[in-house]
Write a protein that binds this ligand. Structure first.
Ligand SMILES: NC(=O)c1ccc[n+]([C@@H]2O[C@H](COP(=O)([O-])OP(=O)(O)OC[C@H]3O[C@@H](n4cnc5c(N)ncnc54)[C@H](OP(=O)(O)O)[C@@H]3O)[C@@H](O)[C@H]2O)c1
Length: 257
């Protein structure tokens, strides 16, 4: 009987697609979530909280692989520490972690915590794999949605570009890494198919949603904004994604908020 695979954040934007793929590959998939189990049939459910350290022993029992997709704006370092400690006690499964391109160069607080989690994973003593990707289409669309709420203007950060990627393609790759059954450590970064300016993103979003706004570029102050302007979060040499932002919008997906 193969060892179960635990997906933390298996209810999230990325994690739920990873769960679908692992189940399609006939894996024994377990999910850790703070929520109670849904009434519908699905993966084996463990209600628990990474930050509080609850439910981890049961969730990790017998696991051969852990795909760590859970995240929050705060507390990810503590959550990773608890996950790693519990995984070490549970027999040292392969830990697959999803990170973000440029967490080591863009001085944004969430990115700093992702970098620290990467370091915890690398030093965990567990077999590990880390994949960094660029921003998911949903996140970029969600930001465009928020910025275009109040007519007549849509203000976007000046001099900034993004390389959005389809979350389902990221899930394909993450599931592939989990199913490989052996640690690959840091794998090549994965970016979306095209690098777009914030103006291009805004124009595509407005066209797709039928909103009429005048796009204005506003220079943002601060080190994080400077880091994004410098493009440390882009990886044009690893543009492995296929579905473009425009194609994502044409499919009528609602932004993830
Ligand atoms: N979004 C992007 O553009 C992007 C780009 C590159 C990499 N990533 C990375 O991909 C990963 C997944 O991102 P996402 O956008 O899919 O996130 P998301 O949709 O916000 O989902 C977050 C997940 O984390 C779980 N979670 C949060 N706090 C938890 C806790 N204390 N204990 C247990 N579970 C907890 C939530 O589960 P419950 O609410 O069910 O408990 C939820 O399933 C993150 O590591 C993120 O940094 C994201």
């Amino acid at each position: 009987m193969p060892h179960p695979t635990l997906v933390t954040g298996g209810t999230g934007t990325l994690g739920r697609h990873v769960v679908t793929r692992l189940r399609a590959a006939a894996q024994d998939v377990h999910v850790l979530s703070r929520r109670p189990a849904p009434p519908t049939p699905g993966p084996t459910w463990h209600t628990g909280d990474l930050r509080r350290g609850t439910g981890l022993r049961d969730a990790l029992n017998g696991a051969g692989t852990v795909v760590h997709c859970a995240t929050a704006m705060r507390g990810d370092i503590e959550a990773a520490q608890r996950l790693i400690a519990a995984a070490r006690r549970a027999g040292a499964p392969h830990l697959v972690y999803i990170s973000i391109v440029g967490v080591d160069v863009v001085p944004f607080s969430y990115y700093r915590s992702k970098l620290q989690v990467e370091r915890l994973v690398e030093a965990s003593g567990l077999p590990w794999t880390i994949l960094r990707t660029t921003q998911f289409h949903n996140l970029v669309a969600s930001a465009a949605d928020a910025l275009s709420k109040a007519p007549p203007l849509m203000a976007v950060p000046a001099g900034t570009r993004f390389q959005p990627i389809e979350v389902e393609e990221v899930a394909d790759r993450l599931a592939e890494l989990a199913l490989a059954g052996k640690p690959a450590e840091r794998v090549p970064d994965m970016g979306g198919p095209e690098v777009l300016t914030t103006r291009e993103i805004a124009e595509r979003y407005l066209r797709a949603t039928g909103r009429r706004r005048k796009v204005v570029e506003v220079p943002l102050p601060g080190a994080a904004a400077r880091g994004f302007r410098a493009g440390g979060h882009l990886t044009p040499g690893n543009a492995a994604g296929r579905r473009t932002f425009e194609e994502f919008l044409a499919r009528g997906k609602q932004p993830h908020v």
